[in-house]
Write a protein that binds this ligand. Structure first.
Ligand code: BES
Ligand code: MN
Ligand code: ZN
Length: 486
């Protein structure tokens, strides 16, 4: 079931669906959208707002009847006005729509907050993207009668929202949902062959060109990294290449880690460590979602998305610790741990993008457990060989309301990868594990401006967040904002 987006100019009084979500600051009195809601709630909003029941602090939620119980009102707190940014708005919208979903509402509206310091347009975009995230459910494998879900999301604003902003917001919301569905799909239904086919279908619908490099082609190319990782699996690896050609100029490269299941290989993971490893293709999923949105928006510029897809298993052909691989770039790599498979598939992806002559690269990967230890699950690591490119990506992340933190790649991190028999080892030990992983990738990025986003923490959550459990869709919006520059 796909979510339908509608636009309405005016006040919440004209909405005839099931529930209206509205926002409130903790340091403002009744005005704007809330005045209108106060009128159609018979004064309830005015009585509760600012009191014990609903202060408007971030996370506060208050449900009330509107128009004599014809529909629900859902007030969501934003906290102080000065702290209000796209992230807060997106979260609050997700929280409100999730509440509506829980109440069984199918036709939900969000009344955009005109006073948002980021401006009405950004507020509406964040509201729609957050609201759509809150409405997301993954029910493909649930038998029995379907529980009702949110089918329509109406954005209400006092003044019309520019069509370009509408289109951008819807495209991003769709891209995020596409990414989340791919990540939530169980690993037996997204083996490299199956995932490639799903991406081909998405590309066909999105208007992207799509080429699948199967194992034979990868052998011809000499992509020894991804081939080695895939060798322990009954399902051969593939590299999928998506293209959006929006006119002239250089190509920009996106690259996603696409391990459809990471058992660790012969350096087998623990039971706990393996449990969420269907999400090890979240980088690939983010690239697919972003490329979909970029195509739907009709971004001017050229974008190529490379998906390095393999399953890391322990079959009889499995690659071993101490194997030496010859990579697509020509470099040799001594495998020091088969659970460090992501960097091997990405190394070949980077070499492929460089052979395409791309101007810059952003890769996304659930690469290291160490980044989760360092930054938590709400923030991802950014590593780069180029300050200007890093700044551009951080700027895009800011517009997206996604959080990244720049991490170092020091000469010492590169030093830790020295091998006595090959050009490099694949791992550098426990210390600085995310930086040594990035240092490995940096070799293959060469002098192409490159940013690596380690999304291992933020990509997947076992406990429900504002927008539900499972895949988060992290990275999609940052890539899109990088392409749209706004
Ligand atoms: N896919 C994992 C990283 C990961 C861990 C993602 C936890 C999400 C949550 C990756 O392939 C991996 O196993 N990395 C190893 C590297 C080590 C062997 C150098 C790790 O982080 O332990
Ligand atoms: Mn691994
Ligand atoms: Zn992995």
């Amino acid at each position: 079931m796909t979510l339908e987006f509608l636009w309405q100019t005016g006040t919440a009084a004209g909405f005839t669906g099931d529930a209206v979500v509205a926002f409130a600051f903790s340091d403002r009195s009744l005005d704007g959208v809330l005045t209108g809601l106060d009128e159609i709630s018979g004064g309830i909003v005015g009585r509760v707002y600012g009191g014990k029941a609903f202060k408007g602090e971030a996370g506060d939620l208050f449900t009330l009847p509107l128009q004599g119980g014809e529909r629900m009102g859902i007030l969501v707190g934003l906290g102080p006005q000065a702290d209000c940014d796209r992230l807060r708005l997106r979260r609050a919208a997700a929280q409100g729509v999730r509440k509506a979903l829980g109440l069984g509402c199918t036709d939900v509206a969000i009344a955009a907050e005109e006073h948002a310091p980021c401006g009405l347009e950004a507020a509406v975009e964040a509201g729609l993207i957050g609201g759509a995230a809150g409405a997301y459910r993954f029910r493909r494998y649930k038998s029995g009668a379907a529980e009702p879900g949110v089918e329509r999301l109406t954005m209400i604003s006092s003044t019309p929202v520019a069509e370009a902003a509408q289109r951008r917001a819807v495209a991003i919301a769709e891209g995020v949902a596409i990414a989340r569905e791919l990540v939530d799909t169980p690993p037996n239904d997204k083996t490299p062959d199956l995932l490639s086919r799903q991406v081909e279908d998405i590309a066909a619908r999105s208007g992207l060109s799509c080429e699948v490099l199967t194992a034979d082609r990868l052998r011809q190319l000499g992509a020894g990294g991804i081939l080695a990782v895939g060798r322990g699996s009954a399902h051969a690896p593939a590299i999928v290449v998506l293209r959006h050609d929006g006119g002239e100029g250089p190509w920009h490269g996106f690259l996603g880690k696409g391990i459809t299941f990471d058992s660790g290989g012969l350096d087998l993971k623990t039971q706990d460590g393996m449990l969420t490893m269907k999400s090890d293709m979240a980088g690939t999923a983010a690239v697919v979602g972003a490329m979909h949105a970029i195509s739907r928006i009709g971004v001017k510029g050229r974008y190529i998305g490379v998906l390095a897809v393999a399953e890391n298993m322990t079959g009889t052909g499995a690659y071993r610790p101490s194997d030496v691989l010859r990579m697509l770039s020509g470099d040799t790599v001594e495998v020091s741990n088969t659970d460090a498979e992501g960097r091997l598939v990405l190394a070949d992806g980077l070499a492929l993008l460089r052979s395409e002559g791309v101007q810059d690269i952003i890769d996304l990967a659930t690469l290291t457990g160490a980044i989760v230890v360092a930054l938590g699950t709400h923030r991802s690591g950014l590593f780069s060989n180029n300050d200007d490119h890093a700044t551009a990506v951080l700027g895009a992340a800011d517009l997206a309301g996604e959080r990244y933190w720049r991490m170092p790649i020091d000469p010492e991190h590169k030093e830790a990868l020295k091998s006595s028999i090959a050009d490099t080892k694949s791992t550098g030990g426990r210390a600085g594990g995310s930086s040594t992983a990035a240092a490995f990738l940096a070799r293959f990025a060469g002098d192409t401006p490159w940013a690596h986003l380690d999304i291992a923490g933020a990509a997947y959550r076992e406990m429900p967040g504002d927008a539900g459990p499972g895949a988060s869709g992290v990275g999609v919006e940052t890539l899109v904002r990088f392409a749209t520059q706004g």
